[in-house]
Design a protein around this ligand. Structure first.
Ligand code: SF4
Ligand code: SF4
Ligand code: SF4
Ligand code: FES
Length: 370
């Protein structure tokens, strides 16, 4: 018998506190835990208190014991969890949203549109545009172009021609009449502006060093032919290749962001560890690893532990400087040909994502690893 939040539970040995709490509908947050994998206990966002002795325990890996009196929800416990999240964020140097999207009065997902266009998924681009403009029409024609003003590409040469691309796609919607019930939308009609997406937890980077800016350029095509007028799908695809993908691909699918939001946390301005902004791109599979977004939960490593068929991800170095990496003897381009999708799915942040899909992905938006 054990007690959780003043309720008694009859349990069998071998279960963790998290198992029992989950079964009883008591929510305990977790980041580094996955039922399929061995315990690792690194994030500490699942802390609970045993009132018998005043000890704090990680609920994901502490096994139940007869007589336990577990507190999951007191202010003391919540404050400790907040500290754990703060520590994770204090070495997390990344951006949830791209500057272009942050300033867009319509909150349009510009980076995702660019990714869809760059793989010539015009159907996906039309679907995305339709889902965003809803019944109020595209607002780009009357907009001052805040997105292009904020576009990070401007620091390198000139901004991505965002408005022309948006308008080109919108013309396709009108011409092809493919959008769901959008036949009557006028490009110049702008009676009610769409609401900006509600305020969410946002991780910022601030000013970037020149070297860091180059890391963003890694995702652009080497042979971009810049076009300003977007007159056809070819020019739209070509222009989209100049996008630096400043957003996080996990922005709408990130456990760290969700938990930070649940705890009403802000991104700490001062970082304990200034993690280097580095992007590794596996040119064979499209897997991207971004060190500064990794919370070292080890889920990707444990997932591949038994993988004998291919070199997988592992930890290298020790202490604060330990990072997720390809094995020292391997090239990043040679790792994880079989488990790319699985590691992306298990990663609780945007540290692992997909560059460009070999086959354009379809379906609901937004997609992680689009
Ligand atoms: S990993 Fe999560 S918290 Fe970090 S930038 Fe991406 S969405 Fe934001
Ligand atoms: S480079 Fe792309 S993602 Fe970055 S601000 Fe410009 S359009 Fe947005
Ligand atoms: S890459 Fe993702 S899954 Fe792997 S340790 Fe970092 S945060 Fe965890
Ligand atoms: S979920 Fe328990 S320590 Fe991370």
């Amino acid at each position: 018998m054990l007690r959780i939040n003043n309720k008694d539970f009859e349990v069998t040995d071998g279960l963790t506190i998290l198992n029992v709490a989950n079964g009883a509908g008591i929510i305990i947050p977790s980041l580094c835990h996955n039922e399929r994998l061995s315990h690792y206990t690194s994030c500490m966002v699942c802390l609970v208190k045993d009132n018998r002795n005043g000890n704090f325990l990680p609920a994901c890996s502490a096994f139940v014991q007869d007589g336990m009196d577990i507190d999951c929800s007191s202010e003391e416990v919540i404050n400790l969890r907040r500290k754990a999240i703060e520590l994770l964020l204090s070495e997390h140097r990344a951006e949830c949203e791209a500057p272009c999207r942050v300033v867009c009065p319509g909150g349009y997902n510009i980076p995702l549109m660019n990714r869809l266009l760059s793989v010539k998924d015009f159907e996906g681009a039309i679907k995305l545009s339709s889902s965003q403009i809803q019944s109020s029409g595209l607002i780009c024609t009357d907009c001052k172009g805040y997105c292009e003003n904020a576009c990070r590409r401007k620091k390198v040469d000139e901004p991505v021609s965002i408005r022309n691309m948006q308008m080109f796609i919108f013309q396709q919607i009108k011409q092809e009449n493919v959008a769901l019930n959008l036949h009557n939308i006028s490009l110049h009609e702008n009676k009610t502006k769409p609401e900006k997406s509600s305020k969410r937890f946002t991780s910022h980077i601030g000013r970037l060093e020149e070297g860091e800016l180059k890391e963003w350029l890694k995702e652009c095509s080497d042979e971009i032919k810049r076009v300003r007028e977007i007159s056809d799908s070819e020019s739209a695809a070509m222009e989209s290749e100049s996008c630096m993908h400043c957003d996080c691909r996990a922005a709408d699918n990130c456990k760290l962001r969700d938990i930070a939001e649940d705890f009403s946390m802000k991104d700490p301005r001062v970082k304990l560890v200034n993690s280097p902004i580095k992007k590794k791109i596996n040119v064979n599979t499209g897997l991207i690893f971004e060190n500064a977004k990794c919370i070292k939960c080890g889920l990707c490593v444990r997932l591949c532990e038994d993988s004998k068929d291919e070199p997988a991800l592992c930890f290298i170095n020790r202490g604060f400087v330990s990072v997720i990496s390809e094995p020292l003897t391997e090239d990043f381009n040679n790792i994880l040909k079989l488990k790319t999708k699985e590691v992306i799915e298990i990663c609780p942040t945007g540290a692992l994502s997909m560059f460009k899909p070999p086959v354009p992905l379809k379906g609901d938006f937004p997609l992680k690893g689009d």
